[in-house]
Design a binder for this molecule. Structure first.
Ligand code: FEO
Length: 395
């Protein structure tokens, strides 16, 4: 992809990674991703904001071929998908200094072995002049590592946000406009990466909204030329509101847990509750994470393997706990052949979920009438708890 002009002074550079399908050897990227860098030319100095994943270094270096001078390389985030090409850029521009947050300094040295003499830490609110353009650094820790910051160019009315507001989508479009496909990709990104940091994001939104910008340029996905599009989506995702919705990640080995899930799905649906079962043997965990963004309740379904939960259920429960969605209630259902500790073990896996555990329904062998009744009781309990939440919101 060629470099693209955003304005006379700002150029998008970077790489669209059309074929990447996994991030951190964990997160599915069904639509690929991009690593965005931005070149900002002031009348006196020139800055490059972020770089690209080392796998795509050649693309960025080709785009920089005719750029004679870079004075500052702004590293908003030390993770390698943004910082990984900094060593090559430093080599090409030996006079360039790396600007980063105080916390990022050691991280860049540890991860990339950068020369400490060429790193200059900037404080929250610091302004660096490029002549007739300037960069103001806005500390925004934990989006997504503790050292992350955004950069604001007042004269251009643009906020560079790195991971914050990013979307994992490969596209040749420079701008997001109000494309629902981008919103969905941004939601997946939020669910997989940003959701654990919801309380930080709330504070960051308050802070950045004091800035006067008409564009948000993240380091993944297209540029938001209508920033309210993504700001409003984030306000919705990070709000305390939950939907009348149940998410059921489950595994079944011989059909018993599947039969319980099938019945519970019908029982919840009959009560007007939105329900999303996810068979973990075939589920894209990003879809599961997205469903958890606003669900009120999680019901975990597992057969018993060696007295504990199925390993895939163990893994998904651990992930749900780490993502810290705003769930209010949980329940466990499943089956066993002769003995089980699965429910106890799963309950211990979710300390970060601030949930009331509404019940455990474990059946021996294939579910009998009594087990089905217990599932109906659970569905009714979930309905009443959800109604209680709606009532509390209305009051
Ligand atoms: Fe896009 Fe946290 O790196």
């Amino acid at each position: 992809m060629q470099a693209k002009k955003i304005s006379e002074r700002i150029t998008w550079m970077g790489a669209v990674d059309w074929n990447r399908r996994l991030f951190d050897s964990l997160i599915p990227l069904p639509e690929g991703t991009s690593y965005n860098a931005y070149l900002l030319r002031g009348s006196e100095r020139c800055a490059l904001i972020d770089t690209v994943d080392p796998a795509k270094s050649d693309l960025l270096m080709a785009q920089l071929a005719n750029v004679e001078k870079i004075d500052f390389i702004v590293s908003q985030h030390s993770e390698q998908d943004h910082a990984g090409t900094i060593p090559l850029v430093m080599e090409k521009y030996p006079q360039a200094k790396v600007l980063c947050s105080d916390k990022a300094r050691d991280m860049l040295i540890d991860h990339l072995h950068l020369d400490p003499e060429r790193i200059q830490a900037v404080a929250d609110g610091d302004i660096i002049s490029l002549g007739d353009r300037s960069l103001r650094f806005v500390y925004t820790p934990w989006v997504h590592w503790p050292e992350t910051m955004c950069t604001f160019c007042e004269e251009e009315g643009i906020l560079f946000s790195c991971d914050l507001f990013g979307s994992h989508i490969a596209t040749s479009a420079l701008y997001a406009e109000e494309n629902p496909q981008v919103e969905l990709a941004a939601k997946r990104y939020y669910a997989e990466i940003m959701m654990p940091f919801r309380s930080f994001i709330k504070k960051h939104l308050d802070k950045i909204q004091t800035l006067n910008f008409s564009m948000i340029a993240p380091s993944h996905g297209p540029v938001y030329n209508k920033p309210d599009f993504i700001l409003n989506a984030y306000k919705n995702w990070i709000s305390n509101d939950v939907a009348n919705k149940v998410v059921i990640p489950y595994i079944s080995m011989h059909g018993s847990t599947e039969a319980m899930v099938t019945h519970l799905v019908s029982a919840l649906d009959a009560r007007g509750i939105e329900v999303h079962p996810f068979d973990l043997s075939v589920t894209d965990i990003g879809e599961l994470a997205m469903a958890l963004v606003d669900a009120a309740t999680i019901v975990i379904g597992t057969p018993t393997v060696l007295f504990g939960p199925h390993p895939l259920v163990f893994s998904a429960t651990h992930l749900a706990n780490a993502l810290r969605p705003k769930l209010r209630f949980a329940a466990i259902i499943g089956s066993y052949g002769w003995g089980t500790k699965a429910a106890e073990q799963l309950t211990e896996l979710i300390p970060h979920l601030k949930v009331d555990v509404l019940g455990v329904v474990m059946c021996k062998g294939f579910p009998r009438e009594e087990d089905i009744k217990n599932l109906d009781t659970l569905a009714q309990n979930i309905l009443e708890q959800h109604r209680g939440l709606e009532k509390a919101v209305a009051e």
